[in-house]
Design a protein around this ligand. Sequence first.
Ligand code: TMP
Ligand code: ASP
Length: 235
Amino acid sequence: MSDQLIYSGKAKDVFATDNESELLMVYKDQATAFNGERKEQIPGKGKLNCQISSYIFDYLIKNGITTHLVKNVSDHEQLVLKTELIPVEVVLRNKIAGSFARKFGLDEGKNLQKPIIEFYYKSDELDDPFINDNQIESLNIATEAELTYIKEQTLKINQLLIKLFSQDDLDLVDFKLEFGRVDGKIILIDEFSPDNCRLWDSQSHQSLDKDVFRKNQADLVETYTKVLNRLEGAK
Ligand code: TMP
Ligand code: ASP
């Protein structure tokens, strides 16, 4: 395999491969928060996120969601389809938490009447600003039809994941997705791990996600291991 680095992100590096249409995604042992302001090396984190994301993507694929995942090549590397990134972070919220609670001066924890979808423009320099549907269309980031499809897929993924996590006594509070285009089709890309969602224990409401790192509440590797163990049914 060729080892040309194409993109280096906060949590993953992406390399070219000998196959034009595939990339190698390598999960890093790096945790960041507050747009990279805080950065720490955490041995074992990359492996855990890769394993959790593989589990979730496999489940979504089995349930009809098209994703970029081709296969795992090691415990911290995945072969994925090369796509044209849509530079939008799609956030779905089931409960009040995080920036939504801060923005509107609300306590965390209440269920929202129905899931809320928000978009953020992916730009480290601009600190990922909020962007709405009209702005996305006007800036030619995605068409109205593409946004409708992205929202439908996001709601479908939410239903599937609520079901999956509830079997493991986990409440899916909110999460962030990314999408890309390949052969004119929009597919789910990036990862799904406790780095980009909030998971609360259904009974204790304890966080089992990156909030433990953001708020210095608990050990990240121990916390993510608990999530993987629950998913794999070894509670
Ligand atoms: P927020 O409440 O901070 O806006 O985050 C909403 C969800 O999006 C939460 O599950 C964490 C995830 N997220 C990311 O994956 N990347 C980010 O850069 C941010 C700010 C949030
Ligand atoms: N994803 C951002 C960062 O890594 C923000 C966050 O997750 O808190 O810095």
